[in-house]
Unconditional design. Structure first.
Length: 293
């Protein structure tokens, strides 16, 4: 099973926590983790390699040229690494025809085999969209993308790499970024939805991309069905979306204890590692919450 991750140095420890949860929740699976980066140090790559190898899996490192997306908008929160998933097909080995991209701010708490085996032969991606009042409509207006089917979250993407090699044109991506760079709130996600929304297979968000900020919302709109028992039995992927992260001090999310459990497993294995520092909010971080997923 192929897993794609992209990151810079501030997300090394969260990546290890995510991978630990993935390995623990899928003990029968064999993973090849493709690490796509442009700025990690040799020591950081070695630490990730040692961690993956120790758990019986393989790491393949793909160094991205510095000029990839050099003119794309970035902020303190959104680095250029977030764009790499959009052009992953250009850098992945030719034998890779399917891969699952996972953000580092994720916990995998059940098997992902059914997700990986999903038939996406007629699609470029499979992803989840978060059902929020007016969220799609606001993003359609903001991006002038009135044919947008839904506004999908780019943190979990099952990718049909073979089809992408034939259908995705990098020039179109660059042109879109240049045209709308002043409107982009979640840049890679905005590009994904504006250009490829009609070629994305929708996945159940409560199973494959559970936004941890909205546990009580899910429970309310499901008339109590999506409760904690449901999550632990059925949900595969918990996604800690938004600015506040469970490795930050003073985080008070519902799933903090679960995250700390996996974090402790990593700390016991590799010791303490630097983590993302707290920063003051940027204008992008202060964007209306309805635009976020």
């Amino acid at each position: 099973m192929n897993i794609l991750v992209t990151l810079n140095s501030v997300y090394v420890r969260p990546l290890l926590v995510m991978l630990k949860s993935l390995f623990m929740s899928n003990p029968q699976e064999q993973f090849t983790v493709f690490l796509m980066h442009s700025s990690l140090s040799q020591d950081e790559v070695a630490a990730i390699d040692g961690f993956v190898t120790k758990h019986g899996h393989k790491l393949q490192v793909l160094h991205v040229p510095d000029d990839f997306f050099s003119n794309a908008p970035v902020t303190m929160r959104y680095s250029k690494e977030m764009y790499y998933r959009l052009l992953a097909y250009k850098l992945l080995p030719p034998e890779v025809d399917k891969i699952l991209y996972l953000d580092p701010d994720i916990l995998v708490i059940n098997t992902i085999s059914k997700l990986y085996q999903t038939d996406i032969s007629d699609y470029l991606f499979a992803a989840s969209f978060h059902k929020r009042i007016l969220a799609k409509e606001l993003n359609m207006v903001r991006l002038n993308a009135y044919d947008m089917q839904e506004y999908y979250n780019s943190g979990v993407l099952l990718m049909n790499v073979s089809r992408q090699r034939h259908e995705i044109d990098e020039r179109q991506i660059f042109e879109f970024i240049d045209k709308y760079k002043n409107r982009l709130v979640l840049p890679d996600q905005d590009v994904l939805n504006s250009l490829y929304s009609d070629s994305i297979l929708a996945l159940d968000e409560t199973i494959y991309n559970f936004d941890t900020r909205f546990y009580h919302y899910y429970k309310l709109v499901s008339n109590g069905t999506v409760d904690m028992d449901y999550v632990f039995k059925n949900t595969c992927i918990l996604h800690f979306c938004g600015k506040k992260k469970p490795w930050h001090k003073n985080y008070l999310g519902v799933f903090l204890s679960l995250y700390k459990y996996y974090e402790k497993q990593v700390t016991d294995e590799v010791g303490l590692l630097p983590t993302e520092s707290e920063v003051s909010p940027t204008p992008m971080q202060l964007a209306p919450s309805l635009l976020r997923t």
